[in-house]
Ligand binder design. Structure first.
Ligand code: TRP
Length: 349
């Protein structure tokens, strides 16, 4: 039996953060290490340009940053294939063919695209770039080019995967069975699926100033934890506290393991015990934050150290990407041949 194939991607618009770590990267690495999947990790620079057309330097610089982040969390070029989207022209070619299978109205109705357009009103001005509206089509090309069966994504991307599935069904019904229908999969832990910012904002982002990056120094992490929001009504230690909408507790529910409790806060066995005490009253924010800082420090230290190690030799990282891109292109080219044959675009044998 052939292995399942995973394709995932990140837009290189900034370094990756702990939201990416728990929402996508951890799962990606686990799946890679399980040996059950053939894993493709794409750096989606062409897609990043759909809303950063005027900022090619930013996209270019972040290709390396995103590669470092992936390597730092454990994507292993011996087991997975990491590559750069723009260097595979077949992906653009497939996009062009799939464009005929999707209506403009359907793209405008895509909930992900719709909400992103709303968020980017200022950036886009009176009208949206055609490339941005069409990015779900290009994403369908990314996914189908590798015959991906499984696409681990963040929650916000699910409607884009749904649109890929529609494109595949449409293609197969018009041109005959050619493409694989992929399945999107989400991280199970809901708090991890969409990790809130350090201020509790539902979105974590550089422009919001509420993000802890994978490459942050120990001091940066400590400073960010110190200024994290908690329950604003928990004024005195004796007061009962709310853990639900409290970013410090949300982070602990995602990051703190029983081993962390044993090492740093042995009065409690696990998250549930700690949360119960806070809710009862009698547990202060300072103590909880101190613990969260310890948890994040031990979690992020090995990642940061690996990142620094790889960052010493950017040439070697680019070589990993170059090799990955060559191998990925072969796969995408074979799929494109298959697609063109199905579409009767194979004139010269
Ligand atoms: N749109 C994805 C994001 O913003 C990135 C991406 C591009 C992607 N192509 C992909 C993800 C293919 C999964 C599969 O996060």
């Amino acid at each position: 039996m052939s292995k399942d194939i995973i394709l995932t991607g990140d837009r290189p618009t900034g370094p990756l953060h702990i939201g990416h770590l728990v929402g996508a990267l951890r799962r990606r690495v686990e799946m890679q290490n399980s040996g059950q999947y053939k894993t493709f990790v794409m750096i989606a620079d062409a897609q990043a340009l759909t809303d950063n057309a005027d900022n090619p330097e930013k996209v270019r610089e972040n290709v390396l940053q995103v590669a470092l982040d992936n390597l730092a969390v454990g994507i292993d070029p011996a087991k997975a294939n990491i590559f750069i989207q723009s260097q595979i022209p077949e992906l653009t070619e497939l996009t062009f063919y799939y464009m005929n299978l999707v209506t403009v109205a359907r793209l405008q109705r895509n909930p992900t695209v719709k909400s992103e357009i709303a968020d980017k009103k200022e950036k886009f001005g009176v009208s949206v770039p055609a490339g941005f509206l069409l990015y779900p089509i290009s994403q369908a090309a990314d996914i189908t080019a590798f015959d991906a069966t499984v696409v681990p994504v963040g929650e916000d991307q699910m409607p884009v995967i749904e649109q890929t599935r529609e494109i595949v069904h449409k293609f197969n019904s018009v041109y005959g069975e050619t493409l694989i229908v992929p399945k999107g999969i989400l991280e199970e832990n809901e708090n991890a699926r969409r990790l809130v910012g350090t201020d509790g904002n539902a979105k974590m982002g550089k422009s919001l100033g509420n993000v802890i990056n994978l490459g942050d120094s120990a001091d940066e992490i400590a400073a960010k934890v110190k200024t994290m929001f908690t329950d604003p009504l928990h004024l005195r230690v004796e007061d009962p506290g709310n853990t639900k909408d409290n970013p410090v507790f949300i982070y602990l529910s995602v990051f703190a393991t029983p081993e962390h409790f044993a090492a740093f806060l042995p009065e409690y066995k696990n998250y549930a015990e700690l949360a119960a005490h806070y809710e009862r009253g009698g547990l202060g924010d300072v103590k909880v934050k101190k613990f969260l800082n310890e948890v994040l420090q031990v979690t992020l230290k090995p990642i940061r150290e690996r990142r620094e190690e790889f960052a010493k030799d950017p040439g070697a990282v680019m070589e990993i990407l170059r090799q990955g891109t060559i191998a990925a292109r072969e796969v995408a080219a074979a799929t494109t041949d298959r697609v063109k044959r199905a579409m009767k675009l194979d004139y010269f044998g």
